[in-house]
Design a protein around this ligand. Sequence first.
Ligand SMILES: *Cc1c(COP(=O)(O)O)cnc(C)c1O
Length: 426
Amino acid sequence: MGIDAGDAANLAPCTDHGRGCIVNYNDIFARAIDRLHEEGRYRVFIDILRNKGAFPNARCFAGHNGPKPITVWCSNDYLAMGQHPKVITAMEDALHDVGAGSGGTRNIGGNTHYHVDLEFELADLHGKEGALLFTSGYISNEATLGTLGKLLPNCIIYSDELNHASMIAGIRNSNCEKRVWRHNDLAHLEELLAADDPSAAKLIAFESVYSMDGDVAPIHAICDLAEKYNALTYCDEVHAVGMYGPRGGGITDRDEAASRVTIIEGTLGKAFGVMGGYIAADKNIIDVIRSYAPGFIFTTSLSPVLVAGVLASVRHLKSSSEERDAQQAAAAFLKQSFRDAGLPVMDSTTHIVPLMVGDPVRAKKISDILLAEYGVYVQPINFPTVPRGTERLRFTPGPSHTQDMMTELTQALSEIWERLALQKAA
Ligand SMILES: *Cc1c(COP(=O)(O)O)cnc(C)c1O
């Protein structure tokens, strides 16, 4: 991902073992960083603290005198569950009851009652026989896809071209043959499936909500193809769990498709507001991943404090749609506000509000002005997270962003768009 082999390849082959042939490590690293600066996509992490109970307000530590108040517009804690009183209390209680860490891997010392309860709760959320926790969504994708691909003989994996880096890493690890289908293009997917040996094992991997464009996969139609060609399905619901469906089970919950998808994968760090990842599937699959996946086996399990917080969050969002409804209302308001101002808001059908800029230098510039002059924090999104030439700003308004805040944000962006002579929508 985003690593150019160019520099290494340009080095002349070494013919003796004299000084001239000694690898200059520092120079190689410095040149790699220089390339990012030249392209304008060197990443700078903002230094902030959120104010508990007052999200989206935060403090920014940017080197001047004392922290400066800012508003956060790009958090993936979509529903502010990371600050919910039930979550905070559950974590405090767990900390005082059982202490800080889990004490080891799930196999040796790190299997707590909180883990058992949460896996039960997540299996129920998706109507599956079982669930398995990982230390992050990234690891759950990488470990599960990598292991499945190794266990299934001659497996072919069909991967949507916009799949997340963690799925790509898992597929690469599996050493399976990989076919990339054009984003959400069912005809292309079927063409690829039909061209392969009918007796080969097959797995179709995709996301439900694509988090950079904000569009949604046609899950039922993908499952129709999977049935026709006898393939398994793997759906990354990271940006949908907690957010969609009457109980927050994701798009598969909303569209009543969960029973048709073989494996549902989710994160506990975005809408659920804490940390961790998981898969939900039938018992055999859970047992096989639990037993064979190195990324599950050989790492200390999540702290019980985190797991207790997630449990409270999942349970709350199963019975409350208030946060989801408020979040959807905020996203709709912000999209309309951007559209009315002629700002190039992308065609998202979900809670994500992306503004197309199309250039990494300009995206960074807009983001810098927003922070310095307006106290608005929105991180520019650049390659390799999105393709080159589609750099953007990605807004994720939540239930606590008020209409006044959104109107002010729209005014700020309009001013900046004019100041930088950027194109407005027709
Ligand atoms: C963020 C993300 C992940 C990784 O989840 P983490 O819990 O943050 O590791 C996986 N898939 C997608 C689509 C994501 O956006």
